[in-house]
Design a protein around this ligand. Structure first.
Ligand SMILES: [Zn+2]
Ligand SMILES: [Zn+2]
Ligand SMILES: [Zn+2]
Length: 557
């Protein structure tokens, strides 16, 4: 290529000419119509090869391929202006500033030092994770966000370091001299170990090479080759697409806050500038939550932070069941967990089993009213964090008694529930506990303490202080099948078979309706026969006993 591709100075920047805005329902052919119209009109600089995209036009693109972190460019990170109204053509240095700035953000934070002497190249809170461009944000006005970009001093240093005597005075800039500026910056300001991992080059445009860069999530600086006045321009591409069969790049145009999303036709591209950083990165979890739904991961070598989803969801009936995206992370001390009311296309209706178990550093868990169920141990051992049930005066009936297993404080509409009127209630066939009627937090969960009253040869009545009061079958052991182990009264087990072995299926076969555990069974008259192997479990209250069905229940009494 010609080593001196001097770029013509830009004309003064003016407001973009208004174009008719696409409606969402318009078709691709209507998109094509709009494309031709814009082509004929040209953009605000009278150039037919590129123009800014509206949101609706963006939706007309096909075969869209964007680099992962393209929001960096939409957010219009701090870059020096293309000096509108000036005779200086500095677009190549603007594009190089964005290219190096991007890599300093996503590839290796050590490329550009924060300061050198009394020069500040980066904002004091550069890289502040709360300004991560991954978070969808509106493009900011003027020169972009200093928190993620570079300061003008970096741009000015690239100009200073340019060795081309014609650059940047009047005649514009050429890519090779700007690349040399960047290399000179690395030589002067980057550590040798970092510099050795950097590669920056410029060549004639090569579509395959640009595709390779974009597919590897690296932006590319592109330049027009036409010698027609005002048709020179250099910008940085972060994606590629087609519009009615016309191939072009999605580019940050370098002209200010309104120029972060241009469509530039590929047919006019003649030159390219590429940059890559070879420093290996190993990301670890920091435990930081960002913007409620992201978590921070950081490389200790390069200083690069990136965001990953905080939550994962599983579709269930009525919406989504939510949990931490990675159960092995430990969120940092003082974290407030805000469960979103909707995520991944559905209302969040459940906290999954063990979803936030052992997140012992939480101080607050905010649960929206879309959540109607809480899975087993979802909030177990969460450090006594305050649980806010938002927009609720009481826990919904759909919450199970053990939704708050660690007895965290509960707030309803911001008011702490003091569990007044906590009462002993039956929770199920085997357990009762002290339950708050308002928030359903339940403590002192124990097995029922039954009193048994013999009623017939097949039934006794079981009552408990919790209010449980049921008729149930006697429980006999296979070695003493005629006396109930609970009420002590006589029990009817029907015909005793010849083997005297309760675990034998030949024994009382005709009367058995269900076998359970290790050879125990339920007879058709409602009496349970507990095998020797199950006796210990039965006596300790841990034996899982099948329920009498309604028919058996009504057999007697
Ligand atoms: Zn309560
Ligand atoms: Zn009870
Ligand atoms: Zn009994």
């Amino acid at each position: 290529m010609d080593a001196n591709i001097h770029l013509k100075p830009p004309i003064k920047e003016t407001s973009p000419r208004s174009v008719s805005v696409m409606k969402k329902h318009e078709t691709q052919s209507q998109c094509a119509h709009r494309l031709r119209v814009v082509s004929e009109l040209g953009n605000n600089r009278g150039k037919p090869d590129d123009y800014p995209l509206t949101d609706d036009e963006f939706e007309c693109l096909t075969n869209l391929n964007l680099i992962e972190n393209y929001n960096y460019f939409l957010l219009n990170p701090k870059h020096s202006n293309h000096l509108p109204g000036s005779v200086l053509g500095t677009c190549t240095t603007v594009a190089a500033q964005l290219l190096v700035g991007y890599h300093n953000y996503y590839s290796d934070r050590r490329i550009i030092p924060e300061t050198s002497g009394n020069i500040s190249f980066l904002a004091e809170d550069y890289g502040n994770i709360n300004y991560n461009p991954t978070i969808e944000r509106e493009p900011v006005a003027n020169q972009g966000c200093e928190k993620i970009g570079t300061l003008d001093a970096f741009f000015n240093k690239l100009i200073d370091l340019n060795s081309n005597i014609n650059n940047p005075i009047n005649s514009g800039q050429d890519m090779p001299s700007v690349v040399n500026s960047v290399k000179a910056f690395f030589d002067n300001y980057s550590e040798p170990t970092i510099r050795d991992n950097l590669n920056i080059s410029t060549e004639l445009y090569n579509e395959a090479e640009v595709n390779f860069e974009l597919n590897n999530n690296r932006p590319v600086v592109l330049g027009y080759g036409s010698l027609i006045p005002f048709d020179f321009h250099v910008f940085i591409a972060y994606g590629k697409a087609e519009l009615d069969g016309v191939t072009g790049y999605l580019v940050h145009y370098g002209w200010g806050a309104s120029s972060t999303r241009y469509f530039a036709k590929e047919s006019a591209i003649a030159f390219q500038m590429r940059m890559s950083v070879g420093t290996p990165q190993t990301f670890t979890e920091t435990g930081n939550v960002v913007a409620d739904i992201y978590r921070e991961q950081k490389c200790n070598t390069t200083g690069v932070s990136k965001l990953a989803p905080l939550f994962s969801t599983t579709p269930i009936s009525g919406g989504q069941s939510i949990s931490l995206a990675n159960g092995n992370i430990l969120l940092k001390q003082g974290t407030s967990l805000n469960i979103p009311s909707s995520l991944n296309g559905g209302n969040v209706v459940k906290l999954a089993n063990e979803a936030f178990k052992d997140q012992a550093r939480l101080v607050e868990i905010n649960i929206p009213s879309t959540v109607i169920s809480v899975g087993t141990n979802a909030l177990f051992n969460t450090g006594g964090a305050i649980i806010n049930l938002i927009d609720r005066n009481s826990a919904p009936q759909t919450f199970s008694y053990n939704w708050n297993p660690s007895n965290n404080p509960v707030k309803l509409n911001g008011v702490t529930c003091n569990h007044t009127n906590q009462t002993l209630v039956s929770l199920n066939d085997t357990k009762h506990g002290m339950q708050c009627p308002t928030c359903k937090t339940t403590t002192n969960i124990e097995n029922h303490n039954h009193t048994y009253t013999w009623r017939s040869k097949t039934r006794h009545r079981a009552t408990c202080a919790c209010g449980r009061n049921v008729l149930e079958g006697h429980f006999v052991s296979s070695s003493n099948p005629s006396t109930c182990m609970l009420c002590g009264g006589p029990a009817d087990t029907g015909f005793i078979g010849p083997f005297g072995d309760a675990s034998s299926p030949l024994w009382n076969t005709n009367y058995v309706v269900e076998y359970f555990s290790n050879g125990s069974y339920l007879l058709s008259n409602g009496v349970y026969v507990i095998s020797d192997a199950d006796l210990d479990a039965f006596n300790s209250g841990t034996l899982d006993i099948p329920k009498n069905n309604e028919e058996i229940y009504n057999y007697c009494c």
